[in-house]
Design a protein around this ligand. Structure first.
Ligand code: LLP
Length: 435
């Protein structure tokens, strides 16, 4: 609690603004993004590469949170963009994001999605499988259009929050297996193609990772393969994309490293391996999502009903829940929170924060110490900027929250709140006669 800014009224401040004012102006539940934090994170990644004199692209993995305005922020920060669907690509194009810095991911891109990418001549398609190679060959020949690609490979490295494992063959739906010949076959399929220009290799080893070892092992495996192709076929890959996955601090228990640490260790191992060969230092690309926007986001909820289960717990219900943040219910994810209008009061009572959805699993936080709460208080849940709004649903026909950007005392709506009318927008009345 002590690290949060608090004003003289005892209210939580976000981006130089009283969070109670934000709640009043825009309503709750409300996602609030402090843009200055996002810019800081983006700059840290980019500067680390600059300091090491490494050509790089830092692509925002926009599945973490995508909207027109957020894409425009990422453009301002000179980031590239990772999109994974026609929807994200369309949004990026509408936002005016430079197409040459858009990278398209996905394990089952449709023909229509690939066509949209080709039409807009985006920077690169991260090719996932043999079917996609076939589709791309067909489309590029038909439209006589060139395309730059990376091949996504699974290096047999799987990183989890606190550890990593290497396996001979990774059980993953993504990418070409690096160790059993699939990646070599994919390489042979494309490296001499007239329209397809192979830039290099991509891998993504997991998410919310705290250690560097998994990234290092993956980098080593990919660069080794690139050197091997250079030796065997005289083909020079120019890009090594090591994906995202850098962990953030949701609660006191989390101990992530600084972005620079992950990046420097990757660079180090690549430099070492390249140095001992005739291979040219590739560009290094990364794709952070969570670590760019996660801790910049805070959700404001209004507290309503309370239920005491004697000797067990006190449920405190907020006016959102698994519909705007599925992560606790889906992954057992943990969060920290405060009562935004009682920052000056001691946290003396233990609560379980429940949502308003009609199922028991709709709990946002189990066991948190807060000041004694009453209806109308504003609960601020921290670190909800990644995979919160982007995974939100209309479960129980709840309307999705508004999203607000704040920075140095300024604020603006970035996504308006859904209305009840929005909810029935796609619905059609019953037209068939009852028999
Ligand atoms: N690149 C690729 C190919 C990915 O699949 C992902 C995330 C990223 C980059 C970005 O990873 P990040 O830096 O955000 O960890 N819904 C889950 C996370 C799913 C991550 C999927 N892929 C959650 O809420 O924890």
């Amino acid at each position: 609690v002590s690290q949060h800014a608090v004003n003289e009224k005892g209210h939580l401040m976000i981006g130089g603004i009283d969070s109670l004012e934000l709640a009043k102006t825009y309503g709750t539940p409300l996602f609030v993004y402090d843009l200055s934090l996002i810019r800081e994170r983006a700059h840290a990644f980019i500067q680390t590469f600059r300091d090491q004199h490494i050509s790089a692209q830092v692509a925002y993995a926009s599945k973490a949170f995508s909207s027109v305005a957020m894409y425009q922020v990422m453009q301002q920060e000179n980031l590239s963009l990772d999109v994974v669907s026609a929807g994200e690509l369309f949004t990026a194009i509408k936002a005016g994001f430079p197409v040459e810095r858009i990278h398209f991911h996905g394990n089952n891109k449709s023909k229509e999605e690939l066509l949209l990418a080709l039409e807009h001549n985006i920077g690169c398609i991260v090719v996932d499988n043999f079917y996609e190679i076939e589709l791309l060959k067909m489309l590029t020949v038909t439209h006589k259009q060139k395309v730059k690609i990376l091949l996504r490979v699974t290096p047999g490295v799987e990183a989890h929050t606190h550890d990593y494992i290497t396996t001979g063959q990774q059980d993953s739906k993504f990418g070409f297996d690096l160790l059993n010949g699939q990646a070599d076959q994919a390489f042979l399929d494309v490296y001499q193609d007239e329209y397809i220009q192979l830039l290099g290799l991509h891998c993504h080893i997991g998410s919310q990772i705290f250690e560097t070892i998994g990234f290092k092992v993956a980098a080593e495996k990919l660069i080794t393969k690139m050197i091997e192709w250079h030796t065997d076929y005289g083909f020079l890959c120019s890009v090594l994309n090591l994906g995202g996955g850098f962990g953030i601090k949701y609660t006191e228990e989390d101990a992530p490293l600084e972005p620079a640490v992950y990046v420097n260790e990757m660079i180090q191992i690549v430099k070492e391996l390249v140095h001992n060969s005739s291979f040219k230092m590739p560009e290094i690309w990364i794709e952070p999502g969570r670590s760019l926007v996660g801790d910049a986001g805070t959700t404001l909820y209004t507290i309503g009903s309370e239920k005491e289960v004697p000797d067990v717990r006190n449920y405190l219900a907020v006016n959102g829940g698994m519909s705007d943040n599925i992560r606790p219910a889906l992954y057992g994810a943990q969060y920290d929170a405060v009562i935004a209008n009682k920052m000056d009061l001691p946290a003396t009572k233990n609560y379980t924060i429940a949502g308003k959805c009609c199922e028991s699993g709709d709990k946002l936080i189990e066991d948190i110490q807060l000041p004694v709460s009453e209806p109308g208080d504003i609960l601020a849940m921290f670190c909800t900027g990644a995979y919160g709004y982007s995974m939100a649903s209309n479960y129980n026909r709840l309307t999705r929250p508004a999203v607000v950007f704040v920075e140095n005392g300024k604020h603006q709506l970035a996504v308006r709140r859904e209305t009840l009318e929005d909810l029935i927008h796609l619905d059609l009345p019953l037209a068939m006669e009852k028999e």
